[in-house]
Design a protein around this ligand. Structure first.
Ligand code: GLV
Ligand code: MN
Ligand code: MN
Length: 418
């Protein structure tokens, strides 16, 4: 009986549309940066849906929301979920799919009067994107005890606001404690956000892990001067430094090969005028690699480059680490469960690592964890044009459904309480 259960695809798609309409932007995406008014409106909608399903909803002191459906036994839940905050130019599926799929699965369990052995929980975590408040995966990091609550509440955003103040302002500083209770297992459905599944013509990804992430903010201080009168040899040009750093990390990644990627995604020049040599620059460097040693190598090479650049150009270059997470390997049993469930359901499936950061990489610190990926059209994400075919969204949700049912009866041999 349980093996033939399927979710209601139309209902899943309708919820995705309704959530996407909050903070809707041109091109079909959404802008709900963490802890903004739009994020609050999105949260209110999802919490209403959770309560309508009769779930036990709790909000913790960093604003993570967890909704639980009781099982035959008390104790830790089998948890799913993701995030509903977006980058400024967000699509409609990044994060939202995983949360709304969790809700849909719970509604399907109730409709079919299924009593699971263990409670089933669906969560959405605060500030997964890190676009307003770094680091990314902030809520899940605090949930698993990877950062103290005090430190997290004190983080300043790109607009100068503080996490704690913004949580209070939108009414989402809850009372449940952080760190939160460890689930017995965690599995997250997400769009791939890369091109692999589509290129390979495969519907389901059984995610093996997440690559390491290193985010640094660089502040370059040179000398602002006249663009016409300052001889080239006498310049201390922060604009040139920013461009050199951007070029360097790109060339470094290509030279290193493998999974190494690098991005300068934010750059501010000051005073940012046509006829003035830039006096200062603030830019961010995002480095990622699936292998920790390689990520360290990239960080070290960048550090050497920055000190040479600083001395040859007469510039001060200050570094501030915004995020640093080592690569994570998911639990073999959960990865195999996703793979086996998908093939039993008749889907093409492959194992692959994740290029993007996810709340699952934090949950992996406290319980057996895995992820289900579905294809992203042309691999486009963090862009309003992000698209996944409806049948793939539904297939992913059904694979998540069956995976949760299977994990409900999996004995992890104590690994769940690590
Ligand atoms: C988070 O979504 C990231 O991978 O940047
Ligand atoms: Mn995401
Ligand atoms: Mn994202």
């Amino acid at each position: 009986m349980a093996e033939s259960l399927r979710i209601n695809g139309e209902r899943l798609l309708a919820r995705i549309e309704e959530l996407a309409s909050i903070g809707a932007i041109d091109g079909g995406g959404s802008c709900r940066l963490a802890l903004t008014d739009e994020d609050r409106a999105g949260r209110d909608l999802v919490v209403t849906w959770m309560k309508d399903l009769g779930l036990d909803v709790s909000i913790d002191s960093i604003g993570n929301v967890v909704a639980v459906r009781a099982g035959k036994n008390d104790g830790p839940a089998t948890m799913t979920g993701s995030h509903i905050d977006t980058v400024k130019t967000g699509g409609r599926y990044d994060g939202n799919l995983g949360v709304l799929a969790g809700l849909e699965i719970i509604e399907s369990l109730s409709e079919n009067n299924i009593q699971t052995q263990h409670p089933v929980a669906v969560a959405f975590f605060t500030d997964e994107e890190g676009a307003r408040f770094a680091p990314d995966m902030l809520g899940s990091l605090v949930y698993v005890g990877g950062m103290t609550l005090e430190e997290a509440l004190d983080i300043k955003g790109v607009d100068g606001s503080k996490v704690g103040d913004e949580l209070d302002r939108i009414g989402y500083r809850g009372t449940s404690p952080c760190p939160g209770p460890s689930p017995r297992a965690f599995v997250e459905l997400h769009i791939e956000q890369g091109p692999v599944l589509e290129v390979e013509g495969i519907t389901i990804g059984a995610v093996t892990g997440v690559q390491g992430i290193s985010w640094t903010e660089l502040t370059v201080t040179g000398e602002s001067n006249h663009a016409g009168t300052t001889p080239m040899a006498l310049r201390h040009d922060s604009g040139f430094a920013a461009a050199s750093i951007s070029t360097y990390v790109r060339e470094l990644s290509i030279e290193m090969g493998g999974s190494q990627v690098a991005t300068v995604g934010r750059l501010e020049l000051n005073p940012n005028l046509v006829n003035v040599v830039a006096g200062s620059a603030i830019l961010t460097v995002d480095l990622r690699n699936t292998v920790e040693e390689r990520l360290l190598e990239a960080e070290n090479k960048l550090a050497d480059f920055l000190s040479e650049l600083g001395s040859s150009e007469g510039l001060k270059i200050e570094k501030r680490q915004l995020a640093r997470f080592e690569p994570v390997e998911f639990n073999q049993e959960v990865v195999s469960t996703v793979e086996n469930v998908a093939s039993r359901m008749g889907h093409s499936v492959m194992q692959l690592p994740s290029g993007a950061g996810h709340d699952a990489q934090m949950m992996a610190r406290v319980c057996p964890t895995g992820m289900v990926f579905v294809p992203s059209h042309k691999g486009i994400s963090h862009n309003p044009q992000e698209h996944t075919d409806p049948e793939d969204l539904i297939a992913g949700c059904n694979v998540l459904f069956q995976t949760i049912l299977e994990l409900d009866t999996t004995d992890f041999g104590g690994a769940e309480s690590k």
